[in-house]
Design a protein around this ligand. Structure first.
Ligand code: BTN
Length: 256
């Protein structure tokens, strides 16, 4: 049995899970909350939590992986989350690099993975996989500027899923993907991830942490999980991190 710590409201399930992990909490320990007051997203952004209408959880993992492989955990977790969403909805969810969960072209969930220092001893090394999933939120629950980009499981499918059931499904699928990663390596995970790649072949822009914008067509993740983008001059860029958005040009055929 994996320990579960449930709360009504916390600042951030990831922050709490990190503290538990630093104090030795075992693999599979989870923190779940019905609401977060300081939910965190990737790249220092806020995560908008809607009380009682979403799943906000963080899972502590201590996989048997080399430190170099820890950065790939986030793709494996995204794949597990997408498989879990499909089990709940009966549909086919997609992944937008690195690990946004998409239903019918709109974001219904995101993942923030945070790791311990990678030079920690294997016994102390951990990652916290934080998942935010919009379950029964309506568009009015989101800030106006996000409404054309986000969705929830109930908006897309009419299904109003139970948060505890979704959590257990997510946790099982994510832990299973990590088991497979440790035993069979990253390639099978990557192959399944690529089959769900929302950005593949689309025009996109990536705003890198240094502010530089790379515009081009997504070629998908490479064998290390890093995104390749072919710019309009034909040069291929490797993206390690950044804010990815679809380009307006994407609405036109690629050969125009
Ligand atoms: C993103 O899309 O930028 C990632 C969002 C991750 C949000 C989840 S909600 C549960 C966990 N706790 C946090 O503070 N963040 C993650």
């Amino acid at each position: 049995m994996y320990p579960i710590h449930s709360f009504d409201t916390v600042p951030s399930t990831n922050s709490l899970a990190k503290k538990l992990a630093e104090n030795g909490a075992p693999h599979g320990t989870a923190v779940i909350a019905a609401n977060q007051t300081e939910g965190r997203g990737r790249l220092g952004k806020n995560w908008h939590s809607v009380a009682g209408k979403g799943l906000y959880c963080s899972i502590i993992v201590r996989p048997k992986l080399s430190p170099e492989d820890f950065c790939k955990i986030t793709l494996a977790a995204g794949l597990g989350a997408a498989v879990a969403v499909d089990r709940i909805t009966g549909g086919f969810s997609q992944l937008k690099w690195p690990n946004d969960i998409f239903l019918d072209g709109k974001k219904c969930g995101g993942i923030l993975t945070e790791s311990s220092a990678l030079n920690e001893s294997a016994a102390r090394r951990f990652a916290v996989i934080g998942i935010g999933l919009n379950l029964s939120s309506s568009l009015e629950d989101f800030p106006e500027d996000l409404r054309d980009k986000v969705t929830s499981i109930s908006l897309q499918t009419g299904i109003c899923p139970d948060a505890s059931h979704v959590f257990l499904t997510l946790r099982d699928e994510i832990l299973q993907q990590l088991e497979m990663f440790s035993s069979d390596g990253f390639q099978p995970i990557l192959a399944s991830w690529r089959a769900r790649d929302f950005l593949l072949g689309k025009h996109m822009e990536c705003v890198r942490p240094d502010g530089k914008i790379i515009a081009g067509v997504s070629l998908g993740p490479d064998n290390e999980g890093q995104l390749h983008v072919k710019d309009l001059g034909g040069r291929t860029h490797t993206v390690l991190s950044g804010d990815i958005r679809l380009a307006e040009k994407n609405k036109k055929p690629l050969d125009e």
